[in-house]
Design a protein around this ligand. Structure first.
Ligand code: HEC
Length: 123
Protein backbone atom coordinates (compact mmCIF):
# COMPACT_ATOMS: atom_id res chain seq x y z
CA UNK A 1 0.00 0.00 0.00
CA UNK A 2 2.72 2.45 0.98
CA UNK A 3 4.72 1.61 -2.10
CA UNK A 4 1.62 2.25 -4.24
CA UNK A 5 1.21 5.70 -2.79
CA UNK A 6 4.85 6.50 -3.37
CA UNK A 7 4.46 5.38 -6.97
CA UNK A 8 1.45 7.68 -7.47
CA UNK A 9 3.34 10.61 -5.95
CA UNK A 10 6.34 9.96 -8.18
CA UNK A 11 4.13 9.74 -11.25
CA UNK A 12 2.38 13.02 -10.37
CA UNK A 13 5.73 14.70 -9.89
CA UNK A 14 6.95 13.42 -13.23
CA UNK A 15 3.80 14.63 -14.98
CA UNK A 16 4.17 18.13 -13.50
CA UNK A 17 7.81 18.37 -14.53
CA UNK A 18 7.01 17.06 -18.02
CA UNK A 19 4.07 19.39 -18.58
CA UNK A 20 5.91 22.48 -17.38
CA UNK A 21 8.81 21.87 -19.74
CA UNK A 22 6.37 21.39 -22.63
CA UNK A 23 4.66 24.66 -21.68
CA UNK A 24 7.98 26.49 -21.54
CA UNK A 25 8.87 25.26 -25.01
CA UNK A 26 5.62 26.07 -26.76
CA UNK A 27 5.15 29.46 -25.09
CA UNK A 28 8.49 30.90 -26.14
CA UNK A 29 7.78 33.95 -28.26
CA UNK A 30 9.71 35.11 -31.29
CA UNK A 31 10.81 38.72 -30.80
CA UNK A 32 11.09 39.66 -34.46
CA UNK A 33 7.72 38.22 -35.33
CA UNK A 34 6.26 39.96 -32.28
CA UNK A 35 7.66 43.31 -33.36
CA UNK A 36 6.23 43.08 -36.85
CA UNK A 37 2.84 41.89 -35.51
CA UNK A 38 2.86 44.80 -33.07
CA UNK A 39 3.57 47.30 -35.86
CA UNK A 40 0.83 45.77 -37.98
CA UNK A 41 -1.96 45.48 -35.38
CA UNK A 42 -1.18 47.35 -32.15
CA UNK A 43 0.98 50.39 -32.92
CA UNK A 44 -1.94 52.52 -34.14
CA UNK A 45 -3.30 52.55 -30.58
CA UNK A 46 -0.42 51.64 -28.24
CA UNK A 47 2.17 53.74 -30.09
CA UNK A 48 5.59 53.13 -31.64
CA UNK A 49 7.32 53.41 -28.25
CA UNK A 50 4.54 51.51 -26.40
CA UNK A 51 3.51 54.70 -24.59
CA UNK A 52 -0.17 54.42 -25.52
CA UNK A 53 0.01 57.40 -27.89
CA UNK A 54 -0.54 55.81 -31.27
CA UNK A 55 -2.17 57.78 -34.11
CA UNK A 56 -5.65 56.44 -33.27
CA UNK A 57 -5.36 56.93 -29.50
CA UNK A 58 -6.52 60.53 -29.23
CA UNK A 59 -10.01 59.72 -30.50
CA UNK A 60 -10.62 57.07 -27.81
CA UNK A 61 -12.45 57.78 -24.57
CA UNK A 62 -10.47 55.10 -22.71
CA UNK A 63 -6.88 55.64 -23.83
CA UNK A 64 -4.77 52.61 -24.80
CA UNK A 65 -2.47 51.32 -22.09
CA UNK A 66 0.94 52.97 -21.77
CA UNK A 67 3.06 49.85 -21.22
CA UNK A 68 5.69 51.95 -19.39
CA UNK A 69 3.29 52.73 -16.53
CA UNK A 70 4.01 50.93 -13.25
CA UNK A 71 0.61 49.20 -13.11
CA UNK A 72 1.21 47.69 -16.52
CA UNK A 73 4.86 46.80 -15.94
CA UNK A 74 4.11 44.71 -12.86
CA UNK A 75 1.77 42.48 -14.87
CA UNK A 76 2.93 38.98 -15.66
CA UNK A 77 2.80 37.38 -19.08
CA UNK A 78 -0.42 35.55 -18.23
CA UNK A 79 -2.21 38.79 -17.38
CA UNK A 80 -1.14 40.35 -20.67
CA UNK A 81 -2.16 37.19 -22.48
CA UNK A 82 -5.68 37.20 -21.03
CA UNK A 83 -6.29 40.80 -22.15
CA UNK A 84 -4.86 40.20 -25.61
CA UNK A 85 -6.96 37.08 -26.07
CA UNK A 86 -10.23 38.34 -24.54
CA UNK A 87 -9.93 42.12 -24.86
CA UNK A 88 -10.77 44.72 -22.24
CA UNK A 89 -14.49 45.20 -21.71
CA UNK A 90 -15.96 48.62 -22.54
CA UNK A 91 -12.81 49.78 -24.31
CA UNK A 92 -11.53 49.72 -27.89
CA UNK A 93 -9.25 46.81 -26.93
CA UNK A 94 -11.16 44.01 -28.62
CA UNK A 95 -10.34 40.32 -28.36
CA UNK A 96 -7.63 38.96 -30.64
CA UNK A 97 -8.20 35.27 -29.99
CA UNK A 98 -10.07 34.79 -33.23
CA UNK A 99 -7.56 36.59 -35.44
CA UNK A 100 -4.19 35.62 -33.94
CA UNK A 101 -2.67 32.16 -33.42
CA UNK A 102 -1.38 31.08 -29.99
CA UNK A 103 2.18 31.52 -31.26
CA UNK A 104 1.43 35.06 -32.46
CA UNK A 105 0.07 35.95 -29.00
CA UNK A 106 3.31 34.64 -27.40
CA UNK A 107 5.39 36.55 -29.98
CA UNK A 108 3.57 39.79 -29.09
CA UNK A 109 4.08 39.25 -25.36
CA UNK A 110 7.79 38.55 -25.93
CA UNK A 111 8.07 41.81 -27.86
CA UNK A 112 6.19 43.89 -25.27
CA UNK A 113 8.24 42.44 -22.40
CA UNK A 114 11.54 42.91 -24.20
CA UNK A 115 10.74 46.54 -25.01
CA UNK A 116 9.42 47.20 -21.49
CA UNK A 117 10.72 44.60 -19.00
CA UNK A 118 8.55 43.50 -16.12
CA UNK A 119 8.98 45.22 -12.75
CA UNK A 120 8.78 43.65 -9.32
CA UNK A 121 5.58 44.56 -7.46
CA UNK A 122 6.39 47.07 -4.66
CA UNK A 123 3.22 48.57 -3.20
C1 HEC B 1 -8.23 50.25 -31.17
C2 HEC B 1 -7.14 50.50 -30.24
C3 HEC B 1 -6.33 49.32 -29.76
C4 HEC B 1 -5.67 48.38 -30.52
C5 HEC B 1 -5.59 48.26 -32.03
C6 HEC B 1 -4.99 47.51 -29.57
N1 HEC B 1 -5.24 47.90 -28.29
FE1 HEC B 1 -4.56 47.01 -26.60
N2 HEC B 1 -5.63 48.30 -25.46
C7 HEC B 1 -6.42 49.33 -25.95
C8 HEC B 1 -7.17 49.91 -24.85
C9 HEC B 1 -8.15 51.06 -24.97
C10 HEC B 1 -6.81 49.18 -23.70
C11 HEC B 1 -7.41 49.30 -22.31
C12 HEC B 1 -6.85 50.40 -21.48
C13 HEC B 1 -7.47 50.42 -20.12
O1 HEC B 1 -8.20 49.48 -19.74
O2 HEC B 1 -7.20 51.37 -19.40
C14 HEC B 1 -5.83 48.19 -24.11
C15 HEC B 1 -5.21 47.32 -23.25
C16 HEC B 1 -4.27 46.38 -23.63
C17 HEC B 1 -3.54 45.52 -22.73
C18 HEC B 1 -3.66 45.49 -21.21
C19 HEC B 1 -2.45 46.15 -20.62
C20 HEC B 1 -2.43 46.17 -19.14
O3 HEC B 1 -1.42 46.62 -18.58
O4 HEC B 1 -3.41 45.72 -18.53
C21 HEC B 1 -2.71 44.75 -23.48
C22 HEC B 1 -1.75 43.67 -22.99
C23 HEC B 1 -2.92 45.14 -24.86
N3 HEC B 1 -3.86 46.14 -24.91
C24 HEC B 1 -2.24 44.58 -25.91
C25 HEC B 1 -2.54 44.85 -27.24
C26 HEC B 1 -1.94 44.15 -28.35
C27 HEC B 1 -0.87 43.07 -28.24
C28 HEC B 1 -2.51 44.66 -29.48
C29 HEC B 1 -2.26 44.23 -30.90
C30 HEC B 1 -2.50 42.83 -31.22
C31 HEC B 1 -3.45 45.68 -29.07
N4 HEC B 1 -3.43 45.78 -27.70
C32 HEC B 1 -4.20 46.44 -29.95
C33 HEC B 1 -6.53 49.71 -27.27
C34 HEC B 1 -6.05 49.01 -28.35
Amino acid sequence: MKADRLMVLLLCGLMIVASSSVLAETRAGNLKEGQSLYQQHCLKCHGATLDGKGPDAASLRVRPTDFHKYLSRVKGELELEVTIRRGQQLTAMHEWDTSLTDQQVYDLIAYIRSAVPRLEMKP
